[in-house]
Design a protein around this ligand. Structure first.
Ligand code: NG1
Ligand code: ZN
Length: 566
């Protein structure tokens, strides 16, 4: 590196907090905001090095997603707009934990050598910075900026307060040489939404607006962004609650997608009986997760455990309705009469002029078993499974012409591969039949609208709303695509969660093997039972997941497995 003295001087301003061990984990560093300045400064340095190495812009986001407001975190975006390349994760751990400045400099040197990073004089590295609405964010962005600019030859651009997916989108667009401002983001989403709505009108002649969607914005950054999106998309009826405005509630406190998905209870700001039957959604603190829910008219499940007042439509159900739409459009292109598959027609979409379009839904072990069955058996789509963490799902989804990926918690998107997306563009003008051109146009618009960099609650909402209109479905009708198997997710605090090592697909414990044997014995006691445990990558806990044929059994199985872990 050209200017070691500059780096030494700046690094000395950010001494490591004592007694904390940092780990990049599933999705970046997260902890109490007060402990983070040194980590964020150092990640600024790493983002700069990654940019110099790839000769493209990278991104750095200050957020702790669904975690409490006093916490914060930092995650890096790779030049593609996706998560930081996993090969670089060990560098982030090494840098974050370097005990002193000299040690830190040695690690920087090591990275520079190993990655063959050439020192440059002109500004050749660029890092885009952003933060969510946490009060600690401003100071941390400043630490990040100082880190970036302590590496000679790189500049930082502060993009202000954004959702995580907006920053990833910007990095991707910036590197692709297309318009990349926040207003470009909103226009791209709303223009393609409008296009999809117009193509729907053209089909049905229907111009009625469905009932408005009520969104719980987790008192976070998504609230103001949704409002802005709404101004641009007049036909999207939207009501934002939990917007985090002054005098309102706290970020992620009894609100938001994580709370709703895990606890399955109503977030603050939603009431019985006023909200019964309404179509509702929750996003998380940095707006990269989305779940839908509604309060049913009456309860059929007679179970009197913890009060379950809402019906949840999680990431699995979002993946299912997206899969339904995609396969429907492909079937039109393939020349099938009906867009819905039935027993007599093959599920495969072989499109004249392209060949077989490879489509898959990518899930993790947390996907509800009923969703996997539905996607395979009813939609006829391939289901691929990866370990937890968007970086794994994203990578897998990239292997298909269209890869739909979702974690049960609502993080996911739809990826189109470049060759297929080019073919669709051509097909949207060149296909002979108007019906075929329209189907291609719809898929082109979906490709534009749905964030290609990372899961995005805003583009996810637009997509769900479009598909519901095409299907003519209410939220209840969507919910009835399949019935979730009763499940329970719990977490256990243990002395050292690293003791538990799982198989690569995370469905079994590899070590200690006695634990897996004991889990097997418990699972064997329940009809249709399934359970697994894994150490969390973002919290100091071991997660326990169980499914069974009744809610009571799922609860009991999860409890029993917790006892084994403890
Ligand atoms: P961990 O803590 O590793 O389980 C959680 C979520 C992931 C992912 C990350 C990042 C579950 C079971 N796990 O990871 O899916 O979203 O946080 O936010 O929901
Ligand atoms: Zn998030």
């Amino acid at each position: 590196l050209e200017d070691k003295d500059l780096l030494r001087k700046q690094a000395a301003l950010f001494p490591l907090s004592k007694g904390v061990k940092f780990s990049y984990g599933t999705a970046g560093f997260r902890t109490d905001a007060a402990l983070l300045p040194s980590t964020v400064f150092r990640m600024g340095v790493l983002a700069a090095l990654r940019s110099l190495c790839t000769k493209r812009a990278t991104g750095l986001m200050i957020t702790a997603s669904h975690n409490p407001v006093h916490e914060n975190g930092v995650k890096l975006a790779d030049p593609s707009g996706g998560m930081l390349n996993v090969a670089w994760e060990p560098y982030s751990d090494m840098l974050a934990n370097a005990p002193d400045v000299e040690n830190f400099l040695q690690i920087v040197e090591h990275i520079v050598k190993r990655e063959n990073i050439q020192s440059r004089n002109a500004a050749s590295g660029e890092v885009l910075l952003a933060r969510d609405t946490r009060p600690s964010g401003e100071a941390l962005v400043s630490a990040a900026r100082q880190g970036v600019e302590a590496v000679r030859g790189t500049v930082a651009h502060d993009m202000g307060v954004l959702t995580t997916p907006q920053l990833h989108w910007m990095v991707r667009s910036f590197n692709n040489g297309v318009p990349a401002s926040e207003s470009d983001y909103f226009h791209q989403l709303s223009d393609s939404f409008r296009m999809l709505v117009e193509l729907w009108h053209a089909n049905t002649g229907d111009s009625t607006h469905s009932e408005e969607l009520i969104v719980d914005a987790a008192n976070g950054v998504g609230a103001s962004k949704l409002t802005r999106l709404q101004h641009l998309t007049t036909s999207l009826g939207l009501q934002v609650r939990n917007s985090g405005n002054e005098g309102g509630g706290l970020l992620n406190d009894g609100v938001g997608a994580d709370f709703v998905q895990k606890e399955k209870v109503l977030p603050h700001g939603f009431q019985l009986p006023a909200d019964v039957g309404k179509r509702c959604a929750s996003i998380d603190g940095d707006a990269d997760r989305l779940v839908y829910f509604y309060i049913p008219e009456k309860h059929e499940d007679g179970y009197s455990g913890p009060v379950c007042t809402l019906h949840l439509l999680d990431g699995d159900k979002i993946a299912a309705i997206f899969g339904l739409f995609i396969i429907g459009q492909l079937r039109i292109l393939a020349g099938y009469k009906s867009s819905v598959s039935d027993a007599t027609t093959a599920h495969k979409a072989v499109v004249p002029g392209y060949g077989e379009v490879k489509v898959a839904v990518v899930q993790t072990a947390y996907a509800n078993g009923a969703s996997t069955n539905y996607i395979k058996q009813v939609l006829g789509l391939e289901v691929a499974t990866t370990p937890t963490g968007v970086k794994h799902l994203h990578k897998k989804a990239e292997q298909y012409d269209i890869g739909i990926y979702f974690e049960a918690n609502g993080h996911g998107t739809i990826l189109f591969n470049e060759i297929f997306s080019q073919w669709l563009q051509d097909a949207s003008v060149q296909q002979k039949e108007a019906e075929h051109r329209q189907a291609a146009k719809r898929l082109v618009a979906v490709n534009e609208m749905v964030n290609q960099a990372v899961g995005d609650a805003l583009s996810g909402i637009l997509m769900v709303e479009v598909v519901l209109r095409y299907q003519g479905w209410s939220v209840e009708q969507w919910d009835s695509m399949y019935k979730d198997l009763p499940s329970r997710q719990l977490k256990v605090k243990v002395k050292d969660r690293a003791v538990i090592i799982t198989t690569p697909d995370e469905t079994r414990v590899a070590s200690p093997s006695s634990l897996q044997e004991a889990i097997d014995t418990e699972v064997g006691k329940y009809k249709g039972g399934r359970a697994f445990v894994r150490p969390s990558g973002t919290e100091d806990v071991v997660r326990v997941y169980a499914e069974a044929s009744s809610q009571q059994s799922a609860d009991a199985l999860a409890q029993a497995v917790c006892v084994l872990v403890y």
